[in-house]
Design a protein around this ligand. Structure first.
Ligand SMILES: [Zn+2]
Length: 134
């Protein structure tokens, strides 16, 4: 009875869309939504990785921080994981460099908690100017 109930529980868990394996309950948040770890790795190796030069990485990181601040205020965003999901090859040093440029050049207040991944944008200067006709 108990075994049957457990089996039922397993069969209701989400499955990998490629191989049908039951998805682990301990999946990392940066893993693809509908793939098991093995299929996620295989898919990642089949994709073409893209590189951003340091200046363009600053824009990409700025956009991600602003989006995260709009969607989930007060929460940290794991920038490297988000960029990897979009197949941008970066490491934590590149991402940290881009964050440092935002802090220094534009006085953006980007916070990070020691020992935890991710950055949180808490204050930033911006100006939206409406284009004038004519
Ligand atoms: Zn799979």
């Amino acid at each position: 009875m108990e075994i049957a109930a457990r089996r039922k529980g397993v069969s209701e868990r989400p499955r990998c869309s490629r191989c049908g394996a039951v998805l682990s309950a301990y999946r990392r948040p940066d893993e693809p939504d509908d793939l098991c770890a093995a299929c996620g790795l295989r898919q990642a190796s089949e994709r073409e990785w893209k590189l951003l030069d340091p200046e363009r990485l600053v824009y990409a990181v700025a956009g991600l921080l602003l989006s995260a601040a709009a969607e989930r205020p007060g929460e940290s965003v794991h920038l490297q994981a988000v960029l990897e999901r979009r197949y941008y090859l970066t490491d934590n040093v590149d991402v940290h460099g881009a964050v440092q440029k935002l802090r220094r050049r534009y006085r953006w207040k980007v916070e990070a908690e020691a020992g935890r991944p991710g950055y949180r944008l808490s204050d930033w200067s911006y100006e939206f100017r409406r284009a004038r006709k004519g």
